[in-house]
Write a protein that binds this ligand. Structure first.
Ligand code: NAP
Ligand code: HSE
Length: 432
């Protein structure tokens, strides 16, 4: 096989792993690496020239495949677009650009007869994209659900196993290099929302605009919530879900796409995906449910996906019509989402109420009036402050529509006994 010439943009965590793995690939020739600061000391040594001028890569006629491992929205978008316009194939780990500009970029790739490979953009080293794109091709996918962010899973796992606060666990994740100095993308769920957009494109042929995805992060999860969850037989995980639903107003197919913390039953496999690992359930009508677990981030695991893509792409260059064969079937329009209130699941609530007789009865009456069935209601203790005594009540409901629960909570909040809503978690049920 003739040696395929590559250019790499980015020589950080992922780029360094890519350079390491490419050094063992005789049929791939890394010609140049672009970075921001060419004077920076690199963790991995290379004889390949390093430049700060990305055009030396995307305008080089000899380079057939551009590997984008720099991240961020701009100028990564312009570099990917520039490479595709010059009929270069792109391998990227950039979930943000794909989630925000996927329909445009895949249409451009199709028009130019080139391919975008993106295995590393979701779930790091786990071969989830190729499994969904090729391995599960015979299936209609009903749902993709799971733990899609290594940083937050590491933080939640540390909080639970060591009884640490969110702040202490985040600091440790930063010291170990999992979390970035600005952890917003990970802890507020943006990273998972980007990944869900990409997974929706694979499952349902349409990307979902990240701003349409319901998103709650982990900043408000407390060690107390984790302890209560455990007592009830659950573990708190940040769960991303995309599942096919019907838009009730138009009747068209739409997606229920969301990321938020959930209580996962301790005996469910997802509850035991710990540390920085990812775990994803895919439900196909023929295969049933499959679970993939593994490293969702990190230099070599992510590089494994990037270099795997590059090897496959380089091999495919020998075949006629390879680009269309490997490109997922993605429509150029965006997918619709259903309203968050239409989702049904059991809920876990922790509320503070005045410590007076009959309050639990009144809560039961309000929930009953909204046809919400209780699984459990317990008083955990009494707290005293300058406003008097407050009882901490934990409520577990049976499965109910989220909007129905919100209506019931709004009614409770109007009652004189109600003091504060401390926590509200959705409870994980296997997708149907
Ligand atoms: P990183 O460590 O911050 O590295 C970014 C690299 O890009 C650096 O080498 C930087 O150059 C270079 N760069 C930044 N802006 C540039 C510009 N304008 N022109 C040229 N080079 C530029 O990032 P990373 O963690 O490797 O992540 C890269 C991508 O992989 C992101 O899309 C990320 O979401 C994705 N990803 C990361 C992981 C992970 O575990 N880290 C896992 C899956 C996917 P300097 O070195 O000179 O600053
Ligand atoms: N920041 C991401 C995570 C990197 O923690 O999972 C992998 O996409």
């Amino acid at each position: 096989m003739a040696r395929v010439v590559l250019g790499l943009i980015g020589f950080g965590t992922v780029g360094s792993g890519v350079v390491q793995l490419l050094s063992h690939q005789k049929s791939l020739n890394l010609k140049k690496i672009a970075v921001l600061d060419s004077n920076k000391e690199r963790a991995v040594k290379t004889v390949c020239p390093v430049t700060t001028n990305v055009n030396e890569i995307i305008e080089d006629p000899e380079i057939e495949i551009v590997i984008e491992a720099m991240g961020g929205e701009h100028p990564a978008l312009e570099y990917i677009r520039g490479a595709l316009e010059r009929r270069k194939h792109v391998v990227t780990a950039n979930k943000e650009v794909l989630a925000k500009y996927g329909p445009e970029l895949f249409a451009l790739a199709r028009q130019k007869g080139v391919a975008i490979f993106f295995e590393a953009s979701v779930a790091g080293g786990i071969p989830l994209i190729s499994t969904m794109n090729k391995g599960l091709e015979a299936n209609e996918i009903a749902a993709v659900t799971g733990i899609l962010n290594g940083t937050t899973n590491f933080i939640l796992s540390s909080m639970e196993s060591k009884g640490e606060s969110y702040d202490a666990a985040l600091k440790q994740a930063q010291q170990l290099g999992f979390a970035e100095a600005d952890p917003t993308n990970d802890v507020d769920g943006h990273d998972v929302a980007y990944k869900l957009s990409i997974l929706s494109a694979l499952a349902y042929e349409r990307f979902i605009k990240p701003q349409d995805i319901f998103r709650e992060g982990i900043r408000n999860v407390t060690a107390q919530d984790m302890a209560h969850a455990k007592e009830f037989g659950y573990r708190i995980k940040l769960i991303g879900t995309s599942r096919l639903a019907k838009d009730v107003t138009s009747g068209d197919s739409a997606c229920d796409v969301r990321v938020h913390p959930m209580l996962v039953p301790l005996d469910h496999p997802l509850a035991n995906v710990s540390g920085s690992s990812n775990g994803i359930l895919v439900n196909g009508h023929a295969v049933g449910e499959i679970l993939m677990v593994g490293p969702g981030a990190g230099s070599l695991p992510t590089a494994s996906a990037v270099v795997g893509d590059t090897i496959n792409l380089a091999s495919a260059l020998q075949l006629p019509d390879f680009a269309t064969y490997f490109q997922p079937n993605i429509r150029s329009e965006w997918g619709n989402v259903v309203s968050v209130g239409s989702w049904s699941c059991p809920f876990f609530l922790r509320i503070l109420v005045s410590d007076t007789a009959g309050v639990i009865g009144q809560i039961g009456t309000i929930l009953g009036a909204h046809k919400i069935s209780l699984a459990s209601i317990v008083q955990k203790g009494v707290q005293k402050d300058e406003h008097g005594a407050s009882a901490e009540i934990i409520i577990m409901t049976q499965s109910t529509k989220e909007q129905t629960l919100r209506d019931a909570i709004a009614e409770m909040q109007k009652c004189s006994f109600f003091k504060s809503m401390e926590s509200l978690f959705r409870v994980f049920e296997a997708p149907v």
